[in-house]
Design a protein around this ligand. Structure first.
Ligand code: SF4
Length: 344
């Protein structure tokens, strides 16, 4: 984690306001009324320079769609995505493909699966240097790749080899080198350690933490692994059915969660002590509802043990319950929930 004061003093780099991404699905070909899936529905947050911002939630909560929308891999349905560069600010949501092109180098992505994200027909040199060439940089390419490989803990000798020769952890290091070679300001990392063995995960997490400091890059870190989030992230956004239900500094969120969904996610984390049981039931009582047909009122009410009548009718707004801690629950001030400490 970054020093709190340093982070508070850092410049706001990204400001997302009321972001929506809806998908229109037809029930049957050429027939029926379109079904609207609100994958991201009115999400607002800011990210500072050098910040690790975690996004957590179950599958189907909209984490990946949010990450892809911020990168403008998806065109948003509504909302603002303000990228504040030192010289100028841009609303990425309003820019055309042509206008976005010069800004692409500021934002890169690391994918979950290092086995499918690297082209098996390209050498490591070609893979890592691809973003340079796509941005018209053709001089000093080999030196840049050599330097980048060293920074991610690989030998430059591997440049002429192909991805099949490497383990999952080494491939993810190659993917990180590719993401960093243009010195981006933002990296969206989508479950980037979940396909790796636990010991390799720890090495990659340490590498990302070091690179954040050396490159002053901000990470939007999407993960369902709360131990990883607790270890790495400065702040956390908790998503449920396309909306933010809680945002807070990592320590505050883990120790004093205020939304029943966050508490349930924390309760389900496997505990390192075999005598202490995780409360899987806290989260798995009922599935996440169909995003095409979300429940009225608070979308979490069918699964919430604290639900009252108002929860079935009125959507709770996201409000600040203490400085920097926002919760979307009608009873956030009344319910006492348990936190956890996972990382040592
Ligand atoms: Fe539970 Fe009601 Fe709070 Fe939703 S608003 S989380 S249903 S108590």
């Amino acid at each position: 984690m970054a020093n709190k004061q340093e982070l508070a003093d850092a410049r706001v780099l990204l400001e997302v306001e009321g972001l929506q991404k809806f998908f229109h699905l037809r029930k049957r070909r050429f027939r029926g009324t379109p079904t609207v899936v609100k994958a991201v529905d009115g999400v607002s947050f800011t990210m500072r320079e050098g910040e690790f911002l975690g996004i957590v939630g179950e599958s189907g909560s909209g984490k990946t769609t949010l990450g892809l929308s911020v990168l403008r891999a998806h065109a948003p349905t509504a909302g603002k995505i303000m990228l504040h560069l030192p010289e100028q600010s841009y609303d990425l949501a309003q820019l055309s493909g042509e206008e976005l092109r010069p800004l692409r180098k500021e934002m890169q992505m690391i994918f979950q699966d290092p086995f499918s994200s690297l082209n098996p027909r390209m050498s490591i040199l070609d893979i890592v240097s691809e973003p340079l060439r796509l941005n018209g940089i053709n001089t000093g390419v080999e030196e840049a790749v050599r330097d980048m490989l060293v920074q991610v803990g690989l030998s430059p000798e591997i440049m002429l080899r192909y991805p099949h020769a490497f383990s999952g952890g080494q491939r993810q290091r190659i993917a990180i080198a590719r993401a960093l070679i243009l010195n981006p300001r933002i990296i969206v990392a989508d479950e980037c350690t979940s396909a790796l063995d636990v010991s390799v995960q720890a090495q990659i997490l340490k590498l990302l933490e070091g690179l954040r400091r050396s490159h002053n890059v901000s990470f939007l870190f999407i993960s369902h692994n709360l131990a990883v989030i607790e270890y790495l992230c400065d702040r956390v956004l908790v998503m449920y059915l396309g909306r933010l239900v809680e945002t807070a500094d990592t320590e505050v969120l883990f120790q004093t969660p205020k939304h029943p969904y966050t508490a349930a996610l924390l309760a389900a984390v496997p505990k390192p002590d075999p005598r202490v049981r995780s409360d899987d039931k806290a989260i798995y009582d009922g599935d996440i509802p169909d995003p095409a047909n979300p429940p009225p009122g608070c979308a979490f009410h069918p699964r919430c043990p604290h639900a009252k009548e108002i929860c079935m009718k009125v959507v709770p707004s996201l409000r600040e319950v203490s400085p920097g801690h926002e919760v979307s629950c009608h009873f956030a001030d009344d319910i006492i929930l348990e936190g956890v400490k996972i990382a040592n």
